[in-house]
Design a protein around this ligand. Sequence first.
Ligand code: PMP
Length: 391
Amino acid sequence: MAPGDPILGLTEAYLADPRLQKVNLGVGIYVDEQGQIPLLRAVREVEQALAAQAKPRGYLPIDGLPAYDTLTQHLLFGEDSPLLEAGRVATAQTIGGSGALRVGADLLKKVLPNARIAISSPSWENHRVVFGNAGFEVVDYRYYDAATHGLDFAGMLEDLGKLEPGTVVLLHACCHNPTGVDLDAQQWQQVVELIKARDLLPFVDIAYQGFDEGIDADATAIRLFAASGIEAFLIASSYSKSFSLYGERVGALSIVGADREEAARLRAKIKQTIRANYSSPSTHGGALVAGVLGSPELRAMWEAELAGMRERIHAMRAGLVEKLAAHGAPQFAFIQQQAGMFSYSGLSRAQVDRLREEYGIYALGTGRICVAALNRSNLDYVAEAVAAVSR
Ligand code: PMP
């Protein structure tokens, strides 16, 4: 037997819990004030239009819907990107952000068979698994500082500085999963310079664009790499969260090359890798995203809905910190500094166990909580329970 997924296992236990008052903070999805996965209005509009003139389903090209790929590039690099103007980016629609990571990993393994990859400590667990299964040796760089609940920036720079030239470095562009701890623009600039000086190969994972500060601000890392003069880097992006389209599996792999010719070769390599994996992506999700991003009105509607999700997350962070303080636990103020859906709460495994057993509140053993699972109905209950187990 292969071991079960710990996060999905937690949700099973939550669903089986007969208590009326229970809260699942273990989830990895955005849910709204009613605890539901939202269906965005902009998405629904495109879906209705598609259904009204339903078309036969042929195969998409190996690298997906051309409009999807172009619109994705603009979202990642900005509307006036010199890199895009120079034709230096090859982008392919993939099966979610996970598919982008795996296609990127397989491609890199072919091109750089001896390279290692460095991931943050901690990182999304699937990073280790995906790159490990692609044949990479995975090493860690310091990232989270448990003492401050913030970034161990000095440790990060020191570890990155020791990597051999050519090492792939996986970086979370924003809303770091699982900690919620991000770099600011100045810190990014330092990391970009170090990576350039050490000749490392950046692989940026952006799964939460628009969930912290906004579409452009959350892409700061990408914009700085683009401006740095670094000739090559990769990006795995996902619309699962930003469009609330989890099951549609909408993501993209973008690879920057030195010039237009190299980008053409990279595109051919990406297509070769996809062909050997799953041949081509699926039609529906890509059509939804391209339909929204390609229409000025629907795009504005989507941006407003995305802002609504991000503002609700901010409000829940602020509300949790305030209520924790009111219940006698002011030491959690750092939760408001963290970004995105997740927070490393600092709760120990024993405290997490007590939350589950005594209060029906489910969190990961690492103390990761999903802030988006909070709402005005459960906030006080959660704050009271967390304060109680922290005494
Ligand atoms: N990267 C990170 C950091 C993530 O948190 C996730 C989703 N949990 C992904 C990539 C993959 O997203 P997708 O569901 O689009 O495959």
